[in-house]
Design a protein around this ligand. Structure first.
Ligand SMILES: Cc1cc2nc3c(=O)[nH]c(=O)nc-3n(C[C@H](O)[C@H](O)[C@H](O)COP(=O)(O)O)c2cc1C
Length: 293
């Protein structure tokens, strides 16, 4: 199957409205006397825009399942702006979870929501590794704590501190030094049976992509954003775990535990579960610097 093949137009059904020609970002479609014809040099992005605007169902694509095109809600049923504000305010990093597992079907729905995110050149290069086995989650936690414990130890000596700088780079070493009290708290917590890494969540989703360029990572971040909001709408809690992403960057064994193939980078790690916390209020944020240019 040629995923970059052009769409096929049934000119018997086509009413020459030109909508498909207008929305094609690759300039691949042309209105001719015979109807719409694929042309141009740029390969098809397989974005499906042409199919999504065609009122006559006159367009198909060999690598897009026609059944996968869902009719959108009409104006009257659309999500309201107030509802969306509430969802955005309701989304918080949850660090208290019940023991209830997250159903596999729910996780699959979250991943489907993730894949609706935009991606550079519509590459959709994201991969999702889902870990729900408690033993596996413990093993991951144990490894992260062991890594941070040894890094804390390195901060104690002058030479080992220098070595750390050489190992992870000056910026990462400084960041680590700044985060030292927090990391100490995580390590101490683990020893006291208090999981401050994965927060005792029943599920972990690691998003990774081929480390070809920065756009795959950027696209994964939008996918994770979708997952987080959909999880919130479903009444689930989530928390991004940067401590896992940072630890895995320098540790092949941890990458192996997480099922990351060679040549791929972890873009984000997200824990999720049923929240054991009830938000009553939303919090105000700082006003960011804004420049109208
Ligand atoms: C890139 C990134 C990494 C994060 N890593 C962690 C983490 O390792 N552990 C954690 O408990 N929270 C982590 N968080 C959650 C932030 O602490 C949280 O988003 C922030 O304090 C704001 O709180 P809120 O998400 O509840 O609005 C991370 C957030 C982001 C965006």
């Amino acid at each position: 199957m040629d995923v970059r093949a052009a769409p096929e137009i049934n000119n018997e059904l086509c009413v020459r409205c030109g909508r498909c020609v207008r929305v094609c970002a690759a300039d691949l479609l042309e209105m001719t006397d015979e109807g719409v014809e694929p042309s141009g040099e740029v390969p098809c992005f397989v974005c499906g825009h042409c199919i999504a605007v065609c009122p006559e169902n006159a367009i198909t694509h060999s690598s897009m399942d026609a059944e996968g095109f869902t009719r959108l809600f009409g104006e009257e049923d659309r999500v309201t702006v107030d509802c969306l504000w509430d969802l955005l305010r309701r989304r918080r990093s949850v660090r208290q979870y019940t023991d209830e597992p997250v159903a596999e079907e729910t996780i699959m729905q979250l991943i489907e929501a993730a894949t609706l995110a935009p991606s550079a050149l519509n590459e959709q290069a994201w991969h999702f590794n889902v870990i729900t086995d408690p033993d596996q989650l413990h093993r991951i936690c144990r490894r992260i704590v062991a890594l941070y414990r040894s890094l804390l130890k390195m901060l104690e000596g002058r030479w080992s501190k220098l070595m750390l700088r050489l190992m992870v780079g000056a910026d990462a070493a400084e960041q680590f030094e700044e985060a030292r009290p927090l990391i100490q708290r995580i390590v101490d917590g683990y020893e006291a049976d208090d999981d401050r890494i994965l927060w005792g969540a029943p599920a972990l989703i690691v998003v990774h992509s081929p480390d070809e360029d920065h756009t795959t990572t950027e696209s994964s971040h939008y996918a994770v954003g979708n997952m987080i909001l959909m999880a919130t709408a479903m009444g689930l809690g989530t928390c991004l775990i940067g401590f896992l992403t940072a630890a895995a960057e320098h540790d092949e064994r941890l990458q192996k535990y997480l099922g990351i193939p060679e040549g791929n980078t972890i873009d984000a790690a997200l824990v999720l579960g049923h929240p054991d916390v009830d938000w009553i209020k939303s919090v105000p944020r700082r006003t960011p610097p804004i420049k109208m240019i």
